[in-house]
Design a protein around this ligand. Sequence first.
Ligand code: HEM
Length: 217
Amino acid sequence: MARSKRSYLYPLLLTASLIYIAYVTLTNLFFDPQAVDFLSHKMNLKRPINLPIWLNVMHVHVVAACMAMLTGIFNFSNTLLRKYRKLHRVNGYLYVIFVFVVVLTSGYMAPYSTGGKASSLPFNLVSIVWFAMTIAAIVQIKRKQVSKHRKWMVRSYVFCFTNFFIHLFSYILHKGGGLPYELSYTLGVYGAILTNFILAEIVIRFVYVKAPNVAVQ
Ligand code: HEM
């Protein structure tokens, strides 16, 4: 029997996530570990940056973000969920820890954001909302609400693509639209947040239509 279109979505997302993780790791930890390119755009900082600390925090941020992406994507696998329930659970808690580390490190970096307050404010709001959505997913599964758990995890997981969308939008606006880098970056932050919310609702409405076929223990 021909496989449904939906059955190709997971391998596609898995491949895209793995490629993005490899790209983020290579660029930020190996090719440009001092973030020379990114920092060159920070023109009008209100407070001086402590570079060694900022770089260490950014590296922890990147590693935790990649681990959140990795643990998150594996938990959307139906096979893992059905055959290795305990692994899904442990992996899920690891995801929560990695999200917490990303949020914590984001809190340190936000005051130095490119674009100033206009960027740091949405970054801080995302930190609160992202972590709250992740906790909501845990609360729902504790109540044995599998469908609601999955929906909140989708809403949480799309935020792993925040950095990807920020760079995508700011690149288009800066290189394509000719806007100054700082403004492009700030608009990229807002565009990424909006895209994350819309994307999650699209996935919930059109991909996860049926209730999950798993027994809750
Ligand atoms: C989970 C996927 C994420 C990845 C892979 C990631 C990666 C990065 C990287 C590589 C940087 C360094 C600068 C750059 O090249 O952009 C960065 C900066 C930053 N990230 Fe993330 N990030 C992620 C999610 C988030 C989320 C969800 C938030 C908000 C809660 C956040 C907040 C920040 C902040 C505030 C900065 C500093 C921005 C600046 O200095 O202008 N990140 N991130």
